[in-house]
Design a protein around this ligand. Structure first.
Ligand SMILES: CC(C)(COP(=O)(O)OP(=O)(O)OC[C@H]1O[C@@H](n2cnc3c(N)ncnc32)[C@H](O)[C@@H]1OP(=O)(O)O)[C@@H](O)C(=O)NCCC(=O)NCCS
Length: 174
Protein backbone atom coordinates (compact mmCIF):
# COMPACT_ATOMS: atom_id res chain seq x y z
CA UNK A 1 0.00 0.00 0.00
CA UNK A 2 1.61 3.26 -1.18
CA UNK A 3 -1.01 5.80 -0.19
CA UNK A 4 -3.26 6.67 2.71
CA UNK A 5 -6.23 9.03 3.01
CA UNK A 6 -6.33 11.81 5.59
CA UNK A 7 -7.99 15.19 6.14
CA UNK A 8 -6.59 18.22 4.29
CA UNK A 9 -5.60 21.24 6.41
CA UNK A 10 -4.32 24.75 5.75
CA UNK A 11 -0.78 23.34 6.19
CA UNK A 12 -1.32 21.73 2.79
CA UNK A 13 -2.09 25.00 1.00
CA UNK A 14 1.43 25.58 -0.33
CA UNK A 15 1.30 22.15 -2.00
CA UNK A 16 -2.12 22.85 -3.50
CA UNK A 17 -1.00 26.28 -4.73
CA UNK A 18 1.91 24.55 -6.48
CA UNK A 19 -0.57 22.24 -8.25
CA UNK A 20 -2.60 25.28 -9.29
CA UNK A 21 0.53 26.65 -10.99
CA UNK A 22 0.83 23.53 -13.15
CA UNK A 23 -0.99 24.48 -16.32
CA UNK A 24 -1.32 20.92 -17.62
CA UNK A 25 -2.85 19.73 -14.35
CA UNK A 26 -5.28 22.68 -14.33
CA UNK A 27 -6.38 21.96 -17.90
CA UNK A 28 -6.86 18.26 -17.12
CA UNK A 29 -8.96 18.88 -14.02
CA UNK A 30 -10.73 21.94 -15.40
CA UNK A 31 -9.38 24.44 -12.85
CA UNK A 32 -8.93 28.04 -13.93
CA UNK A 33 -5.33 28.66 -14.90
CA UNK A 34 -3.40 31.64 -13.52
CA UNK A 35 -5.33 31.96 -10.25
CA UNK A 36 -3.42 33.91 -7.62
CA UNK A 37 -2.18 32.21 -4.45
CA UNK A 38 -4.75 34.22 -2.46
CA UNK A 39 -7.61 33.06 -4.71
CA UNK A 40 -6.59 29.41 -4.40
CA UNK A 41 -6.23 29.64 -0.62
CA UNK A 42 -9.55 31.43 -0.24
CA UNK A 43 -11.35 28.80 -2.30
CA UNK A 44 -9.82 25.90 -0.35
CA UNK A 45 -10.46 27.61 2.98
CA UNK A 46 -14.14 27.80 2.07
CA UNK A 47 -14.30 24.12 1.05
CA UNK A 48 -12.54 22.94 4.19
CA UNK A 49 -14.37 25.16 6.67
CA UNK A 50 -17.86 24.55 5.32
CA UNK A 51 -17.95 21.38 3.24
CA UNK A 52 -21.64 20.69 3.86
CA UNK A 53 -23.15 17.46 5.20
CA UNK A 54 -23.16 15.81 1.81
CA UNK A 55 -19.53 16.37 0.83
CA UNK A 56 -16.36 14.55 1.89
CA UNK A 57 -12.91 15.46 0.55
CA UNK A 58 -9.86 13.59 1.81
CA UNK A 59 -6.22 14.13 0.99
CA UNK A 60 -4.14 11.41 -0.67
CA UNK A 61 -0.81 11.11 1.09
CA UNK A 62 2.22 9.19 -0.07
CA UNK A 63 5.49 9.04 1.86
CA UNK A 64 4.29 11.81 4.19
CA UNK A 65 3.49 14.18 1.31
CA UNK A 66 0.07 15.29 0.04
CA UNK A 67 -0.12 14.19 -3.60
CA UNK A 68 -3.83 14.54 -4.40
CA UNK A 69 -7.36 14.26 -3.10
CA UNK A 70 -10.53 12.19 -3.46
CA UNK A 71 -14.16 13.26 -3.08
CA UNK A 72 -17.53 11.72 -2.34
CA UNK A 73 -19.92 14.57 -3.15
CA UNK A 74 -23.69 15.02 -3.27
CA UNK A 75 -24.14 12.19 -0.78
CA UNK A 76 -27.73 11.08 -0.53
CA UNK A 77 -27.99 8.95 2.61
CA UNK A 78 -31.57 7.84 1.91
CA UNK A 79 -30.71 6.43 -1.48
CA UNK A 80 -27.16 5.48 -0.46
CA UNK A 81 -25.59 7.33 -3.37
CA UNK A 82 -22.68 9.74 -3.94
CA UNK A 83 -20.55 11.20 -6.73
CA UNK A 84 -16.86 10.25 -6.87
CA UNK A 85 -14.07 12.66 -7.82
CA UNK A 86 -10.29 12.37 -7.80
CA UNK A 87 -7.13 14.31 -8.59
CA UNK A 88 -3.46 13.45 -8.31
CA UNK A 89 -1.95 16.94 -8.16
CA UNK A 90 1.66 15.78 -8.47
CA UNK A 91 1.74 15.23 -12.22
CA UNK A 92 5.17 13.56 -12.14
CA UNK A 93 3.46 10.74 -10.22
CA UNK A 94 0.75 10.10 -12.81
CA UNK A 95 0.50 6.62 -14.35
CA UNK A 96 2.11 4.93 -11.34
CA UNK A 97 -1.07 3.44 -9.90
CA UNK A 98 -1.73 6.09 -7.21
CA UNK A 99 -5.12 7.00 -8.67
CA UNK A 100 -6.24 3.38 -8.55
CA UNK A 101 -5.05 2.89 -4.97
CA UNK A 102 -6.55 6.14 -3.68
CA UNK A 103 -9.79 5.52 -5.56
CA UNK A 104 -10.12 2.02 -4.11
CA UNK A 105 -9.55 3.34 -0.57
CA UNK A 106 -12.20 6.05 -0.95
CA UNK A 107 -14.72 3.68 -2.55
CA UNK A 108 -14.14 1.17 0.25
CA UNK A 109 -14.73 3.97 2.78
CA UNK A 110 -17.93 5.02 1.00
CA UNK A 111 -19.35 1.51 0.67
CA UNK A 112 -18.26 0.15 4.04
CA UNK A 113 -18.26 3.12 6.41
CA UNK A 114 -20.65 5.69 4.94
CA UNK A 115 -23.38 3.23 4.02
CA UNK A 116 -23.33 3.93 0.28
CA UNK A 117 -24.62 1.34 -2.15
CA UNK A 118 -24.03 3.26 -5.38
CA UNK A 119 -21.31 5.66 -6.51
CA UNK A 120 -21.41 7.62 -9.76
CA UNK A 121 -18.76 9.58 -11.66
CA UNK A 122 -18.87 11.98 -14.58
CA UNK A 123 -15.89 12.31 -16.92
CA UNK A 124 -15.28 14.68 -19.84
CA UNK A 125 -14.85 12.35 -22.81
CA UNK A 126 -11.46 13.80 -23.90
CA UNK A 127 -10.03 13.06 -20.41
CA UNK A 128 -8.66 9.65 -21.40
CA UNK A 129 -6.67 9.12 -18.19
CA UNK A 130 -9.75 9.58 -16.09
CA UNK A 131 -11.86 7.35 -18.35
CA UNK A 132 -9.24 4.60 -18.00
CA UNK A 133 -9.09 5.06 -14.24
CA UNK A 134 -12.86 4.80 -13.77
CA UNK A 135 -12.99 1.60 -15.84
CA UNK A 136 -10.05 0.19 -13.88
CA UNK A 137 -11.87 0.98 -10.62
CA UNK A 138 -14.75 -1.13 -11.85
CA UNK A 139 -17.18 1.63 -12.85
CA UNK A 140 -19.58 0.73 -15.65
CA UNK A 141 -20.56 3.16 -18.37
CA UNK A 142 -24.22 4.02 -17.88
CA UNK A 143 -24.72 6.83 -20.33
CA UNK A 144 -23.45 9.73 -22.34
CA UNK A 145 -24.42 13.39 -22.09
CA UNK A 146 -23.76 14.62 -25.60
CA UNK A 147 -22.13 18.05 -26.12
CA UNK A 148 -22.76 18.69 -22.45
CA UNK A 149 -19.80 20.63 -21.04
CA UNK A 150 -17.00 23.04 -21.78
CA UNK A 151 -13.59 21.40 -21.43
CA UNK A 152 -10.18 22.61 -22.59
CA UNK A 153 -11.70 25.29 -24.77
CA UNK A 154 -14.34 23.21 -26.54
CA UNK A 155 -17.73 21.63 -25.98
CA UNK A 156 -17.51 17.91 -25.25
CA UNK A 157 -19.52 14.85 -24.28
CA UNK A 158 -19.61 13.72 -20.64
CA UNK A 159 -19.53 10.00 -19.82
CA UNK A 160 -21.67 8.86 -16.88
CA UNK A 161 -20.28 5.99 -14.80
CA UNK A 162 -21.87 3.99 -11.99
CA UNK A 163 -20.57 1.41 -9.54
CA UNK A 164 -22.66 -0.64 -7.12
CA UNK A 165 -21.36 -1.89 -3.80
CA UNK A 166 -21.79 -5.56 -4.71
CA UNK A 167 -19.82 -5.04 -7.94
CA UNK A 168 -17.00 -3.28 -6.04
CA UNK A 169 -16.85 -6.06 -3.43
CA UNK A 170 -16.94 -8.82 -6.05
CA UNK A 171 -14.09 -7.14 -7.93
CA UNK A 172 -11.94 -6.97 -4.79
CA UNK A 173 -12.44 -10.70 -4.14
CA UNK A 174 -11.05 -11.74 -7.55
C1 LIG B 1 -7.03 10.89 -13.66
C2 LIG B 1 -5.92 10.75 -12.62
C3 LIG B 1 -6.50 10.88 -11.22
C4 LIG B 1 -5.30 9.36 -12.79
O1 LIG B 1 -4.36 9.17 -11.73
P1 LIG B 1 -3.08 8.24 -11.93
O2 LIG B 1 -2.42 8.08 -10.62
O3 LIG B 1 -2.27 8.76 -13.05
O4 LIG B 1 -3.79 6.90 -12.38
P2 LIG B 1 -3.16 5.45 -12.32
O5 LIG B 1 -1.67 5.48 -12.46
O6 LIG B 1 -3.70 4.79 -11.09
O7 LIG B 1 -3.73 4.80 -13.64
C5 LIG B 1 -5.08 4.56 -13.83
C6 LIG B 1 -5.30 4.11 -15.25
O8 LIG B 1 -5.04 5.25 -16.08
C7 LIG B 1 -4.54 4.81 -17.31
N1 LIG B 1 -3.52 5.71 -17.80
C8 LIG B 1 -2.38 6.05 -17.20
N2 LIG B 1 -1.71 6.91 -18.01
C9 LIG B 1 -2.45 7.08 -19.11
C10 LIG B 1 -2.31 7.83 -20.30
N3 LIG B 1 -1.23 8.60 -20.51
N4 LIG B 1 -3.27 7.78 -21.23
C11 LIG B 1 -4.36 7.00 -21.04
N5 LIG B 1 -4.55 6.28 -19.94
C12 LIG B 1 -3.60 6.32 -18.98
C13 LIG B 1 -4.00 3.46 -17.16
O9 LIG B 1 -4.71 2.68 -18.10
C14 LIG B 1 -4.33 3.05 -15.75
O10 LIG B 1 -4.96 1.83 -15.82
P3 LIG B 1 -4.03 0.49 -15.99
O11 LIG B 1 -3.30 0.34 -14.70
O12 LIG B 1 -5.04 -0.53 -16.26
O13 LIG B 1 -3.09 0.70 -17.12
C15 LIG B 1 -4.78 11.79 -12.84
O14 LIG B 1 -4.32 11.68 -14.16
C16 LIG B 1 -5.25 13.21 -12.57
O15 LIG B 1 -5.21 13.67 -11.44
N6 LIG B 1 -5.69 13.91 -13.62
C17 LIG B 1 -6.18 15.29 -13.46
C18 LIG B 1 -7.46 15.35 -12.66
C19 LIG B 1 -8.58 14.57 -13.31
O16 LIG B 1 -8.68 14.47 -14.52
N7 LIG B 1 -9.42 14.00 -12.45
C20 LIG B 1 -10.57 13.25 -12.86
C21 LIG B 1 -11.72 14.17 -13.11
S1 LIG B 1 -13.15 13.20 -13.57
Amino acid sequence: MNVRLRPITSDDFSTIVRWSEDREFCLAIDWSVDLSRAQVEEWWTRILSDPGDDFLRLGVERGGQLVGYVDLAQQDRQVGRAEFGIAIGERRLWAQGLGIEAGQLMLHHGFHHLGLTRVTAQVHRPNVRSLALMRRLGFREEGLLRRHALYQGGVCDVVIFGLLQNEFDADRCK
